[in-house]
Design a protein. Structure first.
Lengths: 369, 369, 369, 369
């Protein structure tokens, strides 16, 4: 594996590496870690790879690695958002499989173009919607598909964070700076950074597509060009009602992604911050908790677990599950749960619809993708 | 105290009695428990009062009790919603203090008319927004007023119930039947039954008024004339953002009213189902839990508690706090935390605005009251 | 009802009154609130009773009330422990039913003597082991009796409090002072004040009797004459293993009584500080929560609830359930769940065995009672 | 790194590998995975290592790897308990660093002999007391050392599991079989398998040594030769009181290790099943939760975290922290938090004292080590 992006100071690069390597099937051996050649070299040293394989830019890397007998099979794209499209496209065209950090691109148009590249190159392509890698999320999805809730009626997904409650971007916080800058992030701030995670999770678990939305995107911290607080009313296929809220100014919240899904027969709750439990709410005021690693789990959750019950698994293991699926894909297997370019198109369509709906106060907007 | 309403099969009548009598300052001695005289007599027997004081209708009761030397001071109005206005008006005009079950009336016009009656009769009038009686809600309100969160930026209030997920109104469930019938409930279903509790709680704790809203009221169970699932986007004074959601078809939920308030400096969470704790979320990923009955409480919460820390108080004690305040009012004291007719006007304005906004898809609607 | 004890500054007197009156079947009308006549009068004023019925001592009260046509039926004994025996004996002999604060007496000998008085007078006698009044405790007991856990194997009961972590008895804290004074409390400190609650709860829920114990009673705060921290190893009939721990120096704990019971088939957990839930732990890493007020409850819990699911009930309602049972007894009904003098004998036997076992380092001690 | 043990069907071997490799500083390249050469080869294939380095026995491996230019630096001993001593001794004497699964040996005598080998060879030696690798455990230890609780008074550590509630050893469960067999496990069953984890955690967090104990070891499932349920009363230096309980027949429990430590000023709680939080209980009924990854953490916890707050880390990351420390040791650094042979001696002394105390009903036993 090679990284594009993830140089010194990056958060998500080392996470990708750790997740990719966790099961011993993938190893980081190369990278174009920064568009600045010196920083890319520095990145290579930090990751402990062969200095010859810390490339000054991704074009050079793709060409060089293609020629090596021990060259890479896959690339992970972990740059800020605006560079995802070009890097993924180049890597696919050079014949490599691509795991891209979400979002796939910064526009819906680009996402559709990328889908064509994926189709024409026929290379594996996946998006790191990490939360879909959690065993209990997969358990919930399987149970809903099997009818555990009856027909779904109502979906509430909420994703509060507080780390941007203060204007960190005015200081030296690189993570904050690019996220509030449309040039790096695209048209969505909070909606694009974390709202899409909530959106993907809702569609992933329910198996239902959102068809219409009404959005209220706001900017709470003065001076920001992008939204940092989001409320979106949803309508899924079949008229199922939903609400998606997300915020990066919810002071004191860490990473509180929570989904609640209500059906005719029962409800279901999953909370990212205690990820090894899934709660089923029965109509007789009895709730049932399915714990990670236990015998009550179905096959999708079991194969996504590494430890026995009561030995908590977390974010890194969820992420590693995406890479495990991806390794299966590369080796010719199937990975039906792994988000691909379709999820990327859906997310970009969602972001653009939400931004449009919010700008024009146009009420409900239908969307496809 | 006398009850108007609360006859055989009623839920809230016995709750009012128990709450009113908890501190030994008020006693139920009379009632017009039903508009059916036979059922009113039966109610009187169930409550164990003097049979002579179980009246066939409230007009008779008000006249008779006024003439007794040991007559009542106050009336609690616990009928279905549509009868609140007439009963409260009559009682006030007859010189009695009135504790009314919420909502005050079924229309904003009536609420304003009732406000004039309250003003002209100068009798104590209160509304049972029970959740404002919880000690930790009062603690939260006091802390926000004292600046614990910095300026408030975002208010998330959610009130899920599941008991109407099935069409109980088609069976013998009296509680369900009147709630889904516009003739008894007014124009709001879920929004009027529980949405207003969430609304009142949000204004009560933050001290901020909602100025604008956008609503998505839905009817999930087929055949209902009123909404049973609600999402409302809010704007409070000063542009503070908010989301209010409520549902009576959230299968498996009991009475999950939860409020989260985020300010510049910190966040705050209170959950009705574990009411003796208030969580303060600090920006350094440290959260603080203030427990009921403890030394960390301020005066408003202390005087609203009856037991030492760790001996949980619940819904009945919260309700009794409203009656304790009301007894203070009757005895000439002040009760600044007790919801009065202003809260009633606010709630009716909220319901009507939400219904209008949802019907016309008109986008944001400003409202006053 | 009359109180013996519960004068100015008492904690448990007002609690008894509130609990007794909650359901409108019992009313406080008389009392010998203190052994000091002036304080008894002051108590009478605080409770708002007829001044003539605030008696200077309990002998006078019992004699006077027996002669009144509207005299009391029952007495609640709420003095410090050392006075329970004499007061209860006198009241029973005077023909009154007695609800006594636990413990029944301060010695096992006295408890057995009291049992003879109860038998010979044939008057209702009950002990306020409050925690047995919680609906979900009763639910747990019924489920265990019905075999939900299979045969019970292991019982863990823990009761941490922190309020005596500092030497409050050296200040003006009356509650602390009598509890650490053997003359008022008897031979047990923490073991007698809260350890017996844990003991009773364990026997009540499992339906099993403790037959043997080994105890480690300690005094953590210097200068105290009685234990303030307790660990007791238990053996129940059939060799079932158990551990009982209690402390009043567990800084920061409020009233954390928790019981966990493990059987061949499943486990069970109940925590007093969130009393409206009972957890059943299944062997497939699935746990089930039974919530208060819901349709999953059996009859014992249902008749012990006053509110629908999700409207939390707490300590006062649990206490009121004991009085409700007691009212049934007075009116000639049965109250099989209500702790009586047998529970009092068991508790005194437990305290004396634990104190003996701890003093002599004698290893395991068998006990009966 | 090479494994000794961890062949097909083993649980802990793959966990060691994953933990060791997580940070990219250690790689599994060799192993004597079983005492059966064919199974060792099979293990090598499963781990994906060079077949030449899957050795038929550990003696061969140690000799061969010493001769390789790219030979290993360290060995992880992951056999059943009875083989730990010989394998670790041989590896140390062959010049390798040793990470051993706990317990160090099966007797105190062996543990002391091993300590001499560690001293004479001067090679790094560590024991996988995994729970000491959790960031919040390290945070708690640091806070206690800094006086956050005042002087410690009471330590309650409890470790319930339920997986051996049924006699799995009679079936094909290899994990169960060796644990209940004294020939593989040593004299302790539950006390040696998980009791020592609780013991180590208690000493690790408080910085206090246990000096005396009284034990009640029991066998609940018929036919077992070793204890499966444990209660131990503890006395730490300075007379600090403690209780350690552990069980493998607590039906429905997963891996519920929980420690509560009470000091003069405050209490502290950590629960393994939600490991990213540490609760501080203040005496004013205010509790404070320190969350993983946040700014409130001290240096020991920070350097033990890989993700930002709200992205849960779990058991594997805790385990990896031990390996990270171990890598520091190998590279000549310090690792003051890493359990070494001293912890092994302490644990063996604890097990032997507990077994002796329980067998003879001898009351309190002092112990050293």
């Amino acid at each position: 594996m090679a990284l594009i992006g993830g140089g010194p100071g990056a958060f998500i690069g080392p996470i990708h590496r750790l997740a990719a390597e966790m099961d011993g099937r993938i190893a980081l051996v190369a990278g174009a870690f920064s568009s600045d050649p010196a920083r890319s070299r520095e990145g290579g040293m930090q990751y402990g790879i062969d200095p010859d394989r810390a490339y000054p830019d991704f074009a050079t890397m793709l060409a060089s690695e293609r020629d090596r007998i021990d060259g890479i099979d896959m690339v992970a794209v972990v740059t800020p958002n605006h560079a995802h499209f070009a890097a993924a496209t180049a890597a696919l065209k050079a014949g490599f499989a691509v795991m891209s950090d979400k979002p796939a691109t910064t526009t819906l148009t680009d996402a559709r173009a990328l889908a064509e590249v994926v189709a024409s190159t026929d290379r594996p392509y996946a998006l790191s919607y990490t939360y879909s890698g959690y065993p209990l999320v997969r358990e919930g999805r399987a149970r809903i598909a099997a009818g555990a809730l009856g027909s779904v009626r109502r979906v509430m997904v909420d994703y509060p964070q507080g780390w941007l409650a203060a204007p960190l971007e005015r200081g030296a916080n690189k993570q904050a700076a690019w996220r509030v800058d449309p040039a790096s992030s695209g048209v969505g701030g909070c909606i694009g950074d974390i709202g899409v995670h909530a959106f993907h999770l809702a569609e992933f678990m329910t198996g239902l597509r959102v068809t219409e939305l009404l959005a209220d995107l706001g900017t709470v911290v003065e001076g920001r060009a992008l939204d940092d607080d989001v409320a979106v009313l949803l309508r899924f296929e079949g008229g199922v009602r939903g609400v998606l809220t997300a915020s990066q100014v919810a002071t004191g919240e860490r990473n509180g992604l929570t989904i609640r899904i209500y059906g005719e027969k029962a409800g279901m709750v999953w909370r990212q911050e205690q990820p090894d439990r899934l709660d089923i709410l029965h109509s007789d005021a009895r709730s049932e908790t399915i714990w990670g690693g236990g015998d009550a789990l179905g096959v999708d959750a079991r194969v996504s677990s590494r430890t026995p019950g009561g030995h908590p698994e977390g974010y890194l293991e969820a992420f590693a599950n995406l890479y495990r699926d991806f390794a299966d894909l590369i080796q010719g297997g199937a990975a039906p749960l792994l988000p691909g370019i379709d999820a990327g198109i859906r997310s970009m369509a969602f972001i653009e619809a939400a931004v449009a709906a919010s700008r024009n106060c146009a009420g409900w907007i239908k969307f496809e993708g």
